[in-house]
Design a protein around this ligand. Structure first.
Ligand code: PLP
Length: 413
């Protein structure tokens, strides 16, 4: 039954446990730091991982498990680790497999925080090679024996370039390099990267998965299919007895536990509620984004509209094929000057001006003066950030109101 169940039904019914003890329909918030076992022997076995159970929330927690199982199901993986933020998820996912002198290959148009993290890793002699066009050829050219991770976003933020997951996965597989995909912007509603051959998928679940902008969190989901080998990933080999769970077992026993990257059970609870409407929200937000992007195209004062759903996007064809005729809820527009972009932002009535994305509400920001204020001009250009660019995370408002609001803001500025 699980095999054929559709997206929204799965959100509500798959891997949803509730609480067996009381019959509660939602897994309660287990707001406890520690869990008692009946005997010293049992606690020993929980610590040894020879018996299922809980000991300490930094290691695992029942509310977090409930959230993790729902994400595992949603992305079609075998196991998920929930983290305190999207950045904690990216850090942990990578540190689990690299050591000093290793290399990461990354697409260039990625989230600013991730670029910052990759810079931080240089202090530990872990280096990132950025490629301008995330094509199999460009990746292949840059792979060396030190390459341990290929990292990319399904839809780059804010460049809105669309990754051909299947093509990149094939190159990664050929060279036996772990392929990690940040699926935050596309969400599993548009694409499930593990089904297209990616090895690990991560999310900032602070965004669409939570959906209401009420908690920061991140998730790491493993496909369980990567073939670890002694030469490239010696540190994972110790966990080989765990079979497909080797990566997650190592993560939970080492870097995740030891950096204290755990998520608050309260935030897991909020995420579980948010998840139930992910499909509905995405359906509406994608339709709104397409309608708004098409309206911007008719608007003389908008110099350029970037949206993968428009024929003018160089990524339209791949997006159409990979996302089955839906294109996500992020749109960027160029207004001709920074002053004009600021004036439009200041005249909007509904859109909130925040650094966030993926809320039910429409959100806007001027990336060049905020998220990218400390980036070099080349970094900005590579990320698709221009002085006159406004990034719009389209929400689920009524489209007539959204268009009317942008219309008055553009006319008044
Ligand atoms: C927001 C974001 C992150 C970072 O997530 P936080 O939850 O803010 O730590 C990573 N990747 C993408 C694509 C994002 O949009």
């Amino acid at each position: 039954m699980e095999e054929t169940i559709k997206f929204n039904t799965a959100l509500l019914h798959s891997n949803v446990e509730g609480d067996k003890k009381t019959g509660a329909t939602l897994t309660p918030i287990y707001q406890a730091s520690a869990f008692e076992q009946e005997s010293a022997e049992k606690l020993e076995r929980v610590f040894m991982n020879t018996m299922p159970g809980y000991s300490y929330t930094r290691v695992s927690n029942p509310t977090n498990t409930s959230f993790e199982q729902r994400i595992t199901n949603l992305e079609g993986g075998i196991s998920t680790v929930a983290c305190a933020s999207g950045m904690a998820a990216i850090f942990n996912a990578i540190m689990n497999v690299v050591q000093s002198s290793d290399e990461i290959i990354s697409s260039v148009g990625i989230f600013g925080g991730t670029i910052g993290l990759f810079k931080d890793l240089e202090a530990f002699d872990i280096h990132t090679k950025y490629i301008l066009q995330t094509t199999p050829e460009e990746i292949e050219k840059n792979i060396t024996e030190r390459t341990k991770v290929i990292f990319a976003e399904t839809i780059g933020n804010p460049k809105l370039d669309v990754l051909d997951v299947e093509a990149i996965a094939a190159v990664a597989k050929k060279h036996k390099v772990l392929f990690i995909v940040d699926n935050t912007i596309a969400t599993p509603y548009l694409v499930k990267p593990l089904q297209l051959g990616a090895d690990i998928v991560i999310h900032s679940s602070s965004k669409y998965i939570n959906g209401s902008g009420n908690s920061i969190s991140g998730v790491i989901t493993d496909s369980g299919k990567f073939k670890w080998n002694e030469k490239q990933y010696p540190q994972i080999m110790k966990y080989k007895k765990m079979g497909p769970y080797a990566y997650v077992a190592k993560l939970r026993e080492t870097i995740f536990r030891n950096t204290g990257a755990c998520l608050s059970p309260f935030n897991s609870f909020l995420n579980c509620i948010g998840l139930e409407t992910l499909g509905l929200r995405m359906e509406r937000a994608c339709a709104n984004a397409l309608a708004l992007a098409k309206w911007f195209e008719t608007c003389d004062q908008v110099e350029y509209v970037n949206y993968p759903g428009l024929g003018s996007s160089p990524y339209h064809e791949i997006a159409k094929r990979q996302f089955h005729n839906e294109y996500g809820a992020m749109v960027t527009i160029r207004m001709g000057s920074k002053e004009k972009a600021f004036a439009v932002i200041n005249s909007l009535n509904y859109a909130l001006q925040v650094a966030n994305i993926g809320d039910a509400k429409t959100l806007v920001i001027h990336p060049a003066s905020t998220i990218y204020h400390s980036s070099s001009s080349t970094e900005k250009e590579n990320a698709g950030v221009y002085e006159d660019l406004i990034r719009i995370s389209v929400g689920i408002e009524d489209i007539e109101d959204l268009i009317a609001d942008f219309k008055q803001a553009i006319e008044n500025s």
